[in-house]
Design a binder for this molecule. Structure first.
Ligand code: NAD
Length: 387
């Protein structure tokens, strides 16, 4: 029988938990034993009693969690407070650790994980293929962020979102521009439409036009003559000329826009810079930008990651932890994602790591002392070249 240890989060302001009681029940039915660190899940709204009712054992002794556990689940596996060394040091060799490792930021830690013989799965790396949809934690979190970005914008805008017929006359609806209609963008469009705003959106992948329109938004066409999509379903990086042309198209929209939700990303790279300081200056006083790409450098030149700033009368939100503000549902989604990944690997009450499986080989970072992931190996090479 494999023992799973669910660890309490240690990153500052991290309120999510990696496994919720509903998933505990599913894993126990499948033959796992589940230990939950005392207090894990509390800040996401899951009570100790619910974990116990689902069949988990609550453990307050951290050493016991590490000694008995074979598979460790944590949302944020690397954080400033405990650092990689302290996370990894006490673990037994060949432990399996699953969670967000953020290899794009912490690539040098990966070598250490391999040296210590850890088998690690980084949930950021789940490939975007249809068979892996139920494990795709990045998409789940982006969906939460897209929703919350609009709620944040609505509460910070000095206007109503919907059109209103009042005794004082008709109030026109807020105008929202969504840049990038991927997972977060489409959820932002749907949320802004539900709140009654007039929504426009655009994307470098013309294929998303139909999805944008089916949500009731207007698709602003960009003349994309270059190959816009990778085989993995992500956007390709385009030429500087293209981005200059795009900035002109965005600039034409901005004077007429109350809220910009920007979500444009090139997977694993700096986010494209699409809104310059000069463009912010043209926006109406009281307008709002929510820059979801803040952590990847921002789509707006004026964004400060992790902060809300006011520039030229425009409120610019660079929030980087929006899914964490919806800790109950984000935990529920993350928990279902990791459970689906575990179910993929379980064979006769054992964990079988099949490196021929594209989901496993795409998500695994280290195993049996080696770094296995092509993406991670490339990131390491790039980091080596820049040193
Ligand atoms: P995604 O890859 O699904 O969508 C990004 C979209 O941007 C794609 O449709 C792509 O074609 C489009 N795009 C790329 N370059 C563009 C350009 N120049 N102009 C217009 N569109 C362009 O990504 P996602 O999962 O929706 O995530 C979007 C962003 O949100 C990412 O930067 C992600 O890290 C971020 N995010 C932020 C938070 C937060 O709390 N701030 C949480 C989750 C995700």
């Amino acid at each position: 029988m494999i023992t799973i240890s669910v660890l309490k989060e240690t990153a500052e302001n991290e309120h999510r938990v990696a496994l919720v009681p509903e998933s505990v029940g599913r894993l126990i039915k499948k033959g796992f034993r589940v230990l939950v660190q005392q207090g894990a899940g509390t800040t996401a709204g899951f009570r100790t009693m619910e974990y116990e009712d689902a069949g988990a054992e609550i453990v307050s002794d951290y050493d016991k969690l590490l000694q008995d556990g074979e598979v460790f689940l944590k949302v944020q596996c690397v954080c400033l407070q405990d650092g990689m060394m302290q996370i990894v040091d006490p673990f037994k060799e060949n432990s399996v650790i699953i969670g967000f490792f953020n290899p794009f930021k912490n690539i040098n830690n990966v070598e250490e994980l391999a040296q210590k013989n850890m088998t690690t799965f980084s949930m950021e790396l789940v490939p975007r293929v249809s068979r892996a949809q139920k494990m795709d934690a990045l998409s789940a979190m982006s969906s939460a962020a897209g929703y919350k970005a609009v709620v944040l914008a609505a509460s910070s805008l000095n206007k109503f979102f919907p059109m209103m017929m009042t005794a004082a006359g008709t109030i026109s609806p807020a105008r929202v521009l969504v840049i990038g209609a991927g997972v977060a963008g489409l959820q932002a469009i749907a949320t802004a439409k539900r709140l009654g705003a007039k929504v426009k959106a655009f994307d470098t992948r013309p294929i998303v036009q139909e999805q944008v329109e089916s949500l009731g938004a207007e698709f602003v066409s960009l003349d994309v003559s270059e190959e816009a999509e990778t085989a993995g379903g992500y956007a390709e990086e385009l030429s500087d000329d293209f981005y200059r042309h795009e900035q002109i198209v965005i600039a034409q929209q901005l004077a007429e826009t109350d809220v910009v939700i920007s979500t444009a990303q090139i997977f694993g790279k700096r986010a494209p810079l699409l809104i310059t300081e000069e463009m912010v200056k043209t926006m109406r006083y009281g307008s709002v930008i929510v820059d979801l790409a803040a952590e990847q450098g921002g789509n707006c030149e004026m964004t400060v990651a992790g902060k809300t700033v006011e520039r030229y009368g425009v409120n610019i939100h660079g929030s980087t932890d929006l899914p964490g503000t919806l800790s109950y549902h984000s935990s529920e989604m993350f928990s279902r994602n990791v459970t689906a990944l575990l179910m993929e690997m379980v064979e006769e009450e054992n964990i079988k790591i099949d490196l021929e499986d594209d989901i496993i080989s795409g998500t695994i970072m280290t195993h049996e002392g080696k770094i296995l992931n092509e993406h991670v190996i490339n990131l390491l090479k790039q980091a080596g070249e820049t040193q």
